[in-house]
Every structure is written in C-alpha cells, then in structure tokens.
Design a protein around this ligand. Sequence first.
Ligand code: F6R
Length: 360
Amino acid sequence: QKGGYRHFMLKEIFEQPQVITDCLAGRMDRKHNRVTLTELEALPTPSRLHIMACGTSYHAGLWGKYVLESLARIPVNVEIASEFRYKELVEEPGTLYLSISQSGETADTLAGQRMVRQKGLPVLGLCNVVGSSVAREADSVLYTQAGPEISVASTKAMCSQLVMLYLLGLYWGQNRGTLSAREMSQNLLTLETLPQTLTSQLPDMQKRARQLCPEYSRARSFFFLGRGIYYPLALEGALKLKEISYIHAQGYPAGELKHGPIALIEQELPTFALAMQNHLLDKIGSNLMEVRARNGKIIALTNPGVELDIDEKWEIPQLGDPLNSFLALPALQLFAYEMAVYLGKDVDQPRNLAKSVTVE
Ligand code: F6R
C-alpha cells in the first residue's frame, strides 16, 4: 500500500511529479499555446476573486493571490474560511468566490460557500475528492486529480492546488489579454518540464533534509521566513513542522521580522529562510543579516550562485518564479518529514489531528 515507502507522507511527497503531470493533462494546448479549462467555460472571467479555505489549502490560496494578480491582473482576496463565514459579506459586482479544499468536506469552507451561494453569488470549487460536498454544491468545479491523500499532513494535494491556481492565472490571463504569446509559451514550456526536474531532485532533497536533523531537531522553536510567493510557502513549512514533529514554528513575511518577532532571535531559535534568486533576494538577504547579528542560526533554501552569510545552504536549481515553488514546497515537506522521523513521531497519524475537519 505504501509502495515501498516507510510512510504514506513520504510516498505522497514522491508522487508530486506524477501529480503535476496529471493536473496538466488535457489542460495545456502546446500547439496553440493555450490553457484549456472546459469546466470554466460557463463562468465569465471574474474582475475579482475571493478565495476561502483552511490550513494548507489556505496557504495555497495565498500563493494563488500572488500568481493570479501577476499573471491575470485580477485582484484577489484570501480569507480563512472560519473567519469569512461569520462576517458580513460585502458584495462586489464581478466577484467569483473560490473554495479550495482537498477533502471537499471541511465544515468551515463549506459553510462559507453556502453563505455565498445563498446570496446567489457564483462559487468555483477547487477540490481533490470527486463528488465531495464542496464539489457538489459549487457552480463549477476544478478537480486537482492528485489521487487519494492518506497521510494526515497534506503534501501532494497542495502541489496540485498550486498547479491549478497557476493554470487559472494563465487561463484568465489569456482571456484578459494580460500575457503575450511569448509569455504564454514560456510558462507552458517550463510547466511541461517540471515533473522531470522534480523527479531528479527529490532524492537529493531527502538526503539534505536528513543531514539537518541531528543539529536542528533539538530546537524548540523555528522561524520560517519568505517574501512574495515564498511567504505563503514559509507559512506552510512552519505548519508542516508543527503538525508532525511537534516543534513550534512560525512563518513570517521576512520584512515583518523587525516589527516585533526579532525580539525572539537568539542562538537557540533557528530560522529557515526561503531565499531564491529573484527581485527580493537583496531584501531577504538584509533580513537574514539582522538574524545573524543576533546569533540566530540560519538554514537557507536558495539557488546556485547566491551568496548569503548563513549556516546551512540548501541549493535547488533555479527555475525562476513561480516555478521554484514546486521545488521549495517538497523541500519544506521533506524537512518536516525527516525531522519527525528523526524524533520518532507518528508521521502519518499526528496526535490530535484528523484528515478531514467536518466539525467546527
Ligand atoms: C495540514 C492539513 C490541514 C488541511 C485543512 C483543510 O497538513 O492537512 O491544514 O489543509 O484541514 O483541509 P481541506 O483542504 O480538506 O479543506
């Protein structure tokens, strides 16, 4: 059942290249350099998007905000479903509501979606489980096709959500004319080669994650820092570490550190930074110098050729943004996984957690 892997979580992390291939199947038209999402044909291109989700799916939504705003120039609002469902709904013409849920049964996400539909407003579901409540009750549904996710900690489902959000950005971008033919073609080409790149990288990533365990598993708390599209991934890295290794962790946009949390930095509180080669590298570099000046240990996930004053450099190939996310995400997942295994925790069934949260 575990296909030779020690845990379902590890198996599902290693399934991500296949998940990407399956998400892209039939949705990319390389001949005409277009994205085809037949599920969306009945819905008008929105002028605003409002995302509701919980946990890991919420982090995917936050990542989607950056990508959709950049590719399709559609303003996106992302809300935690348990907050959204109890607020006054402010109606804005042209808004499409997007529920993101792996299980499609999360009580808060479903309640948020029901509130929206009661007002006669359109909901698109982004779900993994076919025929789930979120899928059945949405006006239209995009399936992530990631296959059953057994491990309580979500991994491959998030990967599939990111692919679908990326495709949505390209789809609405092409409809709104915000992307040139060249940009479309470049985006599709890199997406197409992604599964192969990821397959070749995963074994080394697992080794690198394992190397870090003896020293870093002693920490009682961690910061995860990122900027731009890597900020939602920092949140996800922290969530994964918390839920399976029980080490406290907090994700922050790196620029926010000096507004309070930096007070906590000392030798015993390490930082895991996402510092890719992009327009924000200098910014995160100077945030890390501030950590260093306070004796904080730093692990940085970065690209070859990047110079940083840190303790542990973890290099992944430079695929550019947002594609680097598809390598950064499994690196974070493997880091949490290896730490939990090293500490002897029950990786697939973490304490106090259920796979699908069907009650409030
Ligand atoms: C974390 C995790 C949870 C879920 C959350 C939403 O690893 O699995 O945070 O992401 O409970 O679940 P879905 O996506 O099924 O609505």
